[in-house]
Design a binder for this molecule. Structure first.
Ligand code: UDP
Ligand code: MG
Length: 321
């Protein structure tokens, strides 16, 4: 009897990790189990693997991975020469993975995103979707501050015309082809959440509950989060600069009207005294000009970064390749 060989898609789970020694082992073992389940259900290829991107960790993240790799070849990794940031780690992991894989899942190292959802993602992929977004349907785990700022941020992005999937972080599945298209976007400042919806292709959302971090602390302090949020806006839209232009025109119009008004008042004969209003105007307009320069400076800064064409990241070492 001739055995019928069924072609199975290979899955790689990509995990960005920055000082994650407290959680890495548990996370990797859990994820391998998920893959094993999928393999036994004949949904993914037997050589499906896990790829950790060590984003310049200073702790034992890399050593833990080396140990796990000696136990199972399906644990692999790349290590950056320094900390390049979460987004670049994701890009590096995905571009490594598509060399051999047909679908790539990205998930954080702290297992805040329910790993069982990966099984649903694979089903959606097999139904013909090329991008599967993990969307959380609860935010109770976040502080009031994070929740409110996140909501406000989505609203601002929306007003500015940037399309993102609300409550979706970087937990998603992408097909090899979708990742290849993503890598055609050559900008250094990559805000994945804004760019991936631009790729097109058939996509779908799956909903899940987000849980607290397994252990360790957030690698996204407020400062980093604000920088990330601002990058998201300025790398995807020039609306802030346009808004400044429009505001500038409005201010000038207002100035002209005020000028005409004061001339008329003078001609009628009433003295136009009003030092305080004058001073306030100067402060407001001065402040407005400084903000404008700041925003424009930000864009010029971005242009400078982009024209340098520096590498997004540097890989120093590999495990399992
Ligand atoms: N991370 C990274 N580089 C960084 C910061 C974070 O690779 O510079 C990784 C981190 O190890 C984790 C993921 O990005 O796997 C998300 O970070 P974290 O869970 O700390 O963020 P939060 O969930 O608190 O927003
Ligand atoms: Mg987290």
């Amino acid at each position: 009897m001739v055995e019928k060989k069924i072609f199975m898609n290979k899955l790689t789970i990509v995990i960005p990790a920055f000082n994650e020694q407290e959680v890495l082992k548990t996370t990797l073992v859990t994820l391998l189990q998920i893959e094993d389940d999928l393999i036994s259900e004949s949904k993914i290829a037997e050589d499906s693997n896990i790829l950790v991107v060590d984003d310049g960790s200073k702790d034992n993240t890399w050593e833990i991975l080396r140990e796990l790799n000696s136990e199972n070849y399906r644990f692999t990794g790349i290590k950056f020469s320094r900390n390049f940031g979460h987004q670049d780690a994701l890009v590096a992991g995905m571009s490594e993975a598509i060399e051999t894989s047909d679908m790539i899942v990205t998930i954080d190292a702290d297992l805040q995103d329910n790993p069982n959802v990966i099984k649903i993602m694979v089903d959606r992929f097999n139904e013909g979707n090329e991008v599967v977004y993990g969307v959380r349907n609860n935010r109770e785990q976040d502080t009031w501050f994070k929740r409110t700022t996140a909501q406000g941020y989505y609203r601002i992005l929306n007003i500015l015309g940037v399309k993102v999937v609300p409550n979706h972080a970087d937990f998603r599945l992408m097909s090899k082809r979708a990742v290849e298209t993503l890598l055609e976007y050559k900008e250094r400042n990559l805000f994945l959440r804004g760019i991936i919806p631009m790729l097109g292709y058939k996509s779908v959302k799956v909903y899940y509950k987000r849980t607290p971090r397994l252990a360790g602390e957030s690698k996204y302090p407020l400062k980093k989060m604000l920088a990330f949020a601002w990058d998201g806006i300025t790398s995807l839209t020039i609306a802030p600069v346009r808004a400044i232009l429009i505001l500038g025109i409005l201010f000038s119009l207002f100035g002209m009207i005020a000028f005409v008004y004061s001339v008329i008042v003078k001609l009628i004969g009433k003295a136009n005294e009003g030092w305080s209003s004058l001073m306030i105007s100067i402060w407001i307009i001065g402040g407005f000009q400084m903000i404008s320069l700041g925003v424009i400076g930000e864009y010029i800064g971005k242009v400078t970064t982009e024209v340098k064409h520096r590498p997004r990241y540097t890989i120093e070492e590999r495990i399992g390749k």
